[in-house]
Design a protein around this ligand. Structure first.
Ligand SMILES: Cc1cc2nc3c(=O)[nH]c(=O)nc-3n(C[C@H](O)[C@H](O)[C@H](O)COP(=O)(O)OP(=O)(O)OC[C@H]3O[C@@H](n4cnc5c(N)ncnc54)[C@H](O)[C@@H]3O)c2cc1C
Length: 464
């Protein structure tokens, strides 16, 4: 195959991580190419669809390094690779400042976070055009082209070539033709594997078609597969970032990406059609989404709560389910008895009545340890379910992006199974593992993983 183009660095994927890496590498004087499978100038990707909150475990990225590190460690319950957390706590503020210097605009958001401006309307449905994340990707694209870098749209990377233990080229399909792109440094930034049904079935749950794709549908794990093929190591691949959504979302596009049902579930109960609790609701919506996605029938769970939870947890988010769920056609059952509610929601009435009564007794006594499965309260305090009307929402798991991925070091170099860097191969963004995940599904954040794009560019420039 003839070589179509060559550069000092090729980034696979033009989301925030790929464009950050390319713009920084070009700033450092390297010749860069971004190979992006999307065809239009405003190609879809998760970065463009995102709410644009630039956070690290929901903390302000300008916090002192030690405070940020401690907060992330708490959120990750010992799961994350400490070296990787250190990179984020050391570079998060610098990344924010660098993105600003490239033309990105940020304003203060909820909990003193930084949000890409102009902020998303934060409504139901997708409203990304012209909003902060879209504007930032356009600004980075402009910086890359001003610095003589090239963005090859309609170019889907499909394989890596290596020689003498060093990566040398990317094979890709460009407008239906096979092409070869040559560079001594290649950065995988293709956003994870959530849109790949086979990989989802293998790692996330047996029925991926019953898990809602709460994302741009553009990341198929190509980078992960290519890296594994040439000997790269990967982390656990069984966890993802996502949220609980109304089950109606499969037929109603106004019910995603928001409202999420997370806070309501975390204050109340999640049950199956037998009226049984299944998981520790107190661990929150990201955890519950993961557990639901792994079930034999991920479309079989219902959140049970009451009028008081609906008024508090139901209104907590910027795009709250109360009142937006019903306003946009989502199902919310109301009843004056648990048995009546159960019948409306297709749940065994007697069993649900017992589950709710056991739960209320435990909440009233202040001792939740008698409940099985155990109920903790890191994300929300368990609330009794008795204020009329009693309510139920049939839910599903929505996957935003996978958490596991290729193993890298603090310079974003992809590691092989012995822990040694594969020369010339780097990764950043949602394609990497080692940060989020674990038993309680800790979350560091999505956009923040673009710091590894900066790290990759700087290491490549230094070792050119
Ligand atoms: C609705 C929504 C809201 C979110 N809100 C937030 C938020 O507020 N804060 C936050 O931190 N995170 C948020 N996230 C998560 C965050 O958007 C992602 O984690 C992050 O954008 C990942 O960036 P990335 O550059 O790794 O991947 P992406 O932005 O997904 O980019 C990957 C790119 O690679 C391209 N690609 C894929 N395969 C190939 C291939 N073989 N060859 C060439 N190109 C390829 C894709 O087309 C895509 O353009 C949100 C996500 C969604 C969907």
């Amino acid at each position: 195959m003839a070589t179509a183009a060559s550069a000092d660095v090729i980034c696979i994927g033009g989301g925030l991580s790929g464009l950050t890496c390319a713009a920084r590498a070009a700033e450092l004087g390297l010749r860069v190419i971004v190979a992006e499978r999307g065809e239009a100038a405003d190609y879809p990707c998760n970065s463009r669809y995102s709410a644009g909150v630039f956070h690290a475990s929901y903390q302000d990225v300008t916090l002192p390094t030690a405070d940020l590190d401690a907060a992330m460690q708490r959120a990750m319950s010992g799961y994350a690779d400490m070296r990787m957390l250190d990179v984020i706590s050391q570079d998060a503020k610098r990344a924010l400042e660098w993105l600003r210097a490239q033309g990105g605009k940020f304003v203060r958001g909820p909990q003193r976070s930084w949000v890409m401006a102009p902020p998303r309307g934060m409504s139901t449905g997708l409203d990304w055009k012209g909003r902060g994340p879209d504007a930032l990707l356009r600004a980075l694209t402009q910086r890359i082209t001003e610095r003589q870098g090239r963005i090859l749209l309609g170019t889907q990377a499909s394989g890596l070539e290596s020689s003498g233990g060093r990566v040398t080229a990317v094979n890709a399909i460009q407008n239906g033709q096979k092409v070869r792109l040559e560079a001594p440094a290649i950065v995988i930034a293709d956003g994870g594997f959530q849109a790949n049904t086979d990989l989802m079935r293998q790692h996330i749950g047996p029925h991926p078609e019953r898990v809602f794709q709460r994302n741009a549908g553009t990341s198929h794990g190509d980078g992960l597969s290519m890296a594994i093929e040439i000997g790269a190591a990967h982390t656990d691949l069984n966890r993802f970032y996502g949220h609980l959504l109304s089950r109606d979302v499969f037929n109603n596009s106004e019910l995603w990406p928001f409202p999420q049902i997370d806070a309501v579930a975390a204050a109340g109960l999640l049950v199956d059609p037998r009226g049984q609790r299944l998981f520790d609701e107190g661990l929150g919506g990201i955890f519950l989404s993961n557990e639901i996605a792994a079930m034999d029938d991920p479309l079989s769970t219902t959140v049970i709560f009451d009028a008081q939870i609906w008024e508090v947890g139901g209104r907590e988010h910027q795009v709250p389910p109360n009142p937006l769920l019903e306003k946009h056609g989502g199902t919310l059952f109301r009843a004056n008895t648990i048995e009546e509610l159960a019948s409306l929601a297709g749940i065994d009435p007697q069993a649900l009545a017992k589950t709710v009564s056991d739960y209320n007794r435990a909440v009233d006594s202040g001792d939740l340890t008698s409940l099985s499965p155990v109920r903790t309260a890191p994300k929300a305090k368990a609330q009794p379910i008795r204020h009329l009307p009693l309510m139920a929402i049939p839910v599903c798991a929505g996957i935003t992006n996978t958490m596991g991925g290729v193993k890298i070091d603090e310079h974003a170099r992809v590691l092989d199974k012995t822990g040694a860097p594969i020369r010339g191969l780097y990764a950043a963004g949602a394609a990497i593992g080692g940060l989020d995940g674990g038993a309680n599904v800790g979350y560091v954040g999505g956009l923040i993983k673009s710091v590894f794009g900066l790290r990759a560019a700087e290491h490549i420039a230094q070792h050119r």
